[in-house]
Design a protein around this ligand. Structure first.
Ligand SMILES: [Zn+2]
Length: 165
């Protein structure tokens, strides 16, 4: 996962080397959450199961051997290329001690960061709302606000009325 521009300054200069050490030297190129190997395109199910081509078996979201999918589940199977990343366990990019870093695939990384992302989303929502209160603006969420319709315009559109504007 690429690092967001506004967070880049929080990462150390040797982050690329540190990340490589965590992912490939310490973790051996597999996710420490589910065991998926880096760089392979794997068959995955929405519930987190994935097909381990080395052992020719299905594994669950924690890397344990699991049941094979039935026909209905297999219809929702998709191919996913695994990309490992070094994740901060405490979500603090300035805390780069090795015990705070874990090698995770994109699925495990998203699951790990989910509570943090939800909290950030709520903060963003509240800030947007506060700005709307301060400046009497509309509460916009991702889409541009519609142009304001004045009462004169509405009165002019009604049948049988003559616009005064
Ligand atoms: Zn994983």
């Amino acid at each position: 996962m690429p690092i967001r521009r506004e967070l880049r300054s929080l990462y150390p200069a040797h982050w690329a080397d540190l990340s490589r050490r965590v992912r490939f030297e310490r973790a051996g190129g597999v996710c420490q959450g589910c065991g998926r190997p880096h760089g392979l395109a794997l068959r995955c199910l929405p519930d987190g199961r994935w097909f381990d081509p080395a052992q020719r078996t299905w594994r669950d979201g924690r890397g344990r051997i699991d049941r094979w999918p039935d026909l209905e589940q297999a219809a929702r199977m998709r191919m996913t290329r695994v990309v490992l990343a070094a994740a901060h366990l405490d979500h603090d990019p300035t805390n780069n001690r090795l015990r705070n870093l874990r090698c995770l695939c994109q699925r495990c990384h998203m699951l790990h960061d989910r509570p943090h992302h939800l909290a950030q989303r709520r903060i963003t929502y509240l800030l947007r709302r506060a700005r709307g209160d301060l400046f009497l603006g509309p509460y916009r969420i991702g889409v541009p606000a519609a142009p304001l319709v004045t009462t004169e315009k509405i009165a002019g559109d009604l049948p049988g009325r003559v616009s005064t504007v």
